[in-house]
Ligand binder design. Structure first.
Ligand SMILES: [Zn+2]
Length: 271
């Protein structure tokens, strides 16, 4: 019980996991010895105001793999669907791909965007969330995608990202891994430049002056991201009496708990 587990993080974009869950993932790897895999479904080809798509796709892919090394992931797998257009891919095709990876690595835990999060604005996040739920719900059923090479394998737990407080039920203390989370985020250099560019654009649209965002060099970009992420995790932690936290909706999948009342099967979430 609660031995070494395998975790599959399924995301739409290269930096999704780092923003929402890298502190928790780092604890899975460092403290629990879990094997964590990341599956990035899009090519990130719209994630810049500066680079052309071809250079951007290659750069963000390289940075995603480097960030995986920072966090100690077993593998970062890139599917390469067009960024922003994941809703052009049939939901069953997405379910098929994710379920195949669940079965291949024998995932016990999935992490992804929350399929039932209210007000999620990015269509890619909504698509990856629902497809991950569909795949994790039926990966143990041999009649779903019987053509898969690897045998059926049930997923028992899900950590759904909580971008907003509305679906935040579980707070994970990341005081020991906040620095690692920031290091992993900063490895996504082109995505962090985009994040700051978006903040600058937003400030301009609102007609407000934000001195911290003016005339930034590379180090300035990094400082803005590091301070912003630290502050965000600090604010999240305040709700749970922690110095730094990440928030999730946690779910036990399957029927055992529900039908037999065996809440001892997974006595507590691992962290
Ligand atoms: Zn994203």
């Amino acid at each position: 019980m609660n031995g070494r587990k395998t975790v599959l993080v399924v995301v739409a974009h290269a930096d999704d996991m780092e923003f929402l869950a890298a502190g928790t993932v780092a604890r899975f790897v460092q403290e629990k010895g879990y094997d964590v895999y990341e599956y990035i479904l899009t090519d990130n080809g719209k994630g810049s105001y500066r680079l052309q798509p071809e250079e951007l796709v290659a750069t963000s892919a390289r940075e995603a793999v480097e960030a995986g090394h920072v966090l100690g992931l077993r593998e970062v797998r890139l599917e390469g669907y067009a960024d922003g257009n994941l809703n052009e891919v049939h939901p069953v095709t997405l379910r098929d791909k994710i379920m195949a990876m669940i079965r291949e690595i024998k995932a016990d835990i999935v992490m992804s965007w929350d399929p039932f999060a209210p007000y999620e604005d990015h269509p890619d996040h909504r698509m990856v969330a629902m497809a991950t739920l569909d795949a994790a719900s039926f990966s143990g059923n041999p009649l779903f995608h019987p053509e898969h090479t690897h045998p059926p394998h049930p997923v028992t737990e899900a950590y759904w990202f909580a971008k907003h407080p509305w679906n935040a039920e579980l707070f994970v203390d990341i005081a020991t891994t906040i620095d690692k989370k920031i290091e992993a985020l900063l490895t996504h250099d082109c995505q962090m430049i985009l994040t700051v560019d978006m903040l600058v654009q937003e400030a301009k649209a609102l007609g407000v002056e934000v001195p911290a965002l003016e005339n930034l060099d590379a180090e300035g970009h990094r400082a803005v991201i590091a301070a912003g992420v630290r502050a965000y995790c600090e604010t999240t932690g305040l709700k749970a009496g922690m110095n730094y936290a990440e928030q999730f909706r946690y779910e036990k999948l399957g029927m055992l708990d529900k039908l037999l009342g065996t809440s001892f099967v997974i006595p507590d979430f691992p962290l």
